[in-house]
Design a protein around this ligand. Structure first.
Ligand code: CMC
Length: 428
């Protein structure tokens, strides 16, 4: 028998269906609540709101579980390539050998961006934050591909738009960096895989030969996979919200990039490394900074700690911590930031304040240290997150459009003035 939830309002009992997910997640379907009762639900920050049904990513915050399309993140990070995971997220199944080859060659075919776009970069000041540049450039792609403006025009065009976006994002991201140091842009080299090509565009120079370090490329592959999707987070929800108005994919993802930029979301990875540098410069007294983080009169927060959903541990953080040790050892780098990060983690994990609030290191706590070892400048950290998250945004958008979800339009509880008459300016 299907479960029913009963809500009693003003002496009357109303019944609502209970929806159960494939991993036994439960929800009360209140989609008819207002029609039947006149009430809406109030849930600022959507802490208890299931905004959609989705078959892309499953996570269990209490148990520290993360699956993409049923596959454990630990296994994917160990065995798959980033494009393989992108295909999985977008299409629901791991690609066969032939499907992967076709997918990779389609992505390679679209890595160049229109030459006119180079001029946009020139107009930005050198100190422009690359996230601002990237979101504008991604939105600008819609002006070069007008056939993308109607996302429902044809299945083939939709697929082409998704491939173009996946192919051009690394080029635009690397060029945002090159532009910030006023170096010439490096064109993509299609003999490379996705990650190596990005590293080539970041670090090669016309004056010298550049050889992609396989250790760096493999670490990047893993980091991008770990970031590839995370169900209905702030930026994915933004993507679904913007996309629900039937805006094109480029502008929709551009909005997702802006949402990711904030320090409480993807921007945390830049904040973490800046925080570790600050603690280092201040003498490395970890206890002092933990005390500051606990002080409610001090705005300082331990960046890279805490998560809306993970209340035990973030499985991505566990993988990244291990990868961080491996990468730094292989590259023979001894970074004092890593030592500070580990001490900070240890002190915080033993502290009652952090324990009672279930605050653990999240995905951003160690990723910055690896990016730093790879030579990625701090301001590019969140761009790296965006590169990784792109297949997730595309998959969320694809699912939302295929399911023909209605335009996102929440309700509110109004708390302002009730009706009053206009007062002439002399009488105010
Ligand atoms: N340092 C100190 N105290 C914290 C921290 C922190 N990093 N995070 C949460 N708290 C405290 C907070 O003050 C509150 O305490 P109290 O109950 O006494 O008022 C309690 O823990 C609950 O925090 P919240 O802000 O209500 O929790 P939330 O679910 O709304 O926010 C969060 C989650 C990730 C925004 C928050 O933990 C945070 O600001 N962390 C630092 C920023 C960060 O690392 N963000 C990256 C998130 S993971 C990457 C991603 O997916 O975007």
């Amino acid at each position: 028998m299907s479960e029913i939830a009963k809500i009693e309002l003003e002496g009357k009992i109303f019944e609502f269906p209970v929806v159960t997910g494939t991993e036994n997640e439960k929800a009360i379907d209140i989609s008819k609540l207002r029609d039947i009762t006149g009430y809406v639900t109030l849930d600022t920050g959507y802490k208890n709101t299931g905004a959609t049904k989705s078959s892309i990513t499953f996570l269990d915050g209490e148990k520290g579980v993360l699956h993409y399309r049923g596959y454990a993140i630990e296994e994917l990070a160990e065995k798959a390539s980033f494009l393989e995971v992108a295909y999985l997220l977008m299409h629901g199944e791991l690609p066969t050998k032939i499907e992967l080859e076709n997918f990779e060659s389609s992505i390679k075919k679209h890595t160049l961006v229109h030459e006119d776009m180079k001029r946009f970069f020139e107009a930005y000041p050198a100190q422009a934050h690359p996230m601002g540049v990237l979101s504008s450039m991604i939105c600008s792609l819609s002006t070069f591909y007008p056939e993308s403006l109607d996302p429902h025009r044809s299945k083939e065009k939709k697929e082409l738009t998704m491939h173009r976006l996946l192919a051009k994002m690394p080029t635009l991201a690397a060029w945002a960096y090159k532009n910030s140091i006023r170096h010439p842009f490096m064109y993509p080299k299609n003999k490379y895989d996705y990650c190596s090509n990005f590293l080539h565009m970041m670090y090669a120079m016309p004056t010298e030969d550049y050889k992609v370090d396989p250790v760096v490329s493999a670490a990047l592959n893993k980091l991008l996979i770990l970031h590839a999707d995370h169900e209905q987070n702030c930026s994915a929800s933004t993507v679904r919200m913007v996309g629900s108005s039937q805006a094109n994919l480029y502008s929709t993802v551009s909005a997702g990039i802006c949402a990711l930029w904030g320090p409480l979301h993807g921007g945390a990875n830049q904040e973490v490394i800046e925080m570790l540098a600050q603690i280092h410069e201040d003498g490395g007294d970890v206890d002092k900074w933990v005390t500051k983080a606990k002080d409610k009169n001090d705005p300082f927060r331990l960046m890279g700690f805490g998560h809306r959903v993970y209340k035990n541990f973030d499985p991505r953080a566990n993988i990244i911590r291990k990868t961080c040790d491996e990468v730094l050892a292989k590259m023979k780098i001894n970074d004092p930031m890593l030592e500070i990060a580990k001490r900070l983690e240890q002190v915080a994990l033993e502290d009652e304040y952090f324990k009672s609030r279930n605050l653990y290191p999240n995905v951003d706590f160690y990723s910055g240290i690896i990016y730093k070892a790879m030579g990625i400048p701090t301001e590019m950290f969140t761009v790296m997150f965006a590169l990784g998250r792109l297949p997730g945004w595309i998959a969320q958008w694809k699912e939302m459009t295929e399911n023909k979800e209605p335009i996102g339009r929440p309700r509110q509880i109004y708390t302002g003035e009730t009706y009053r008459t206009f007062t002439d300016i002399e009488k105010r």
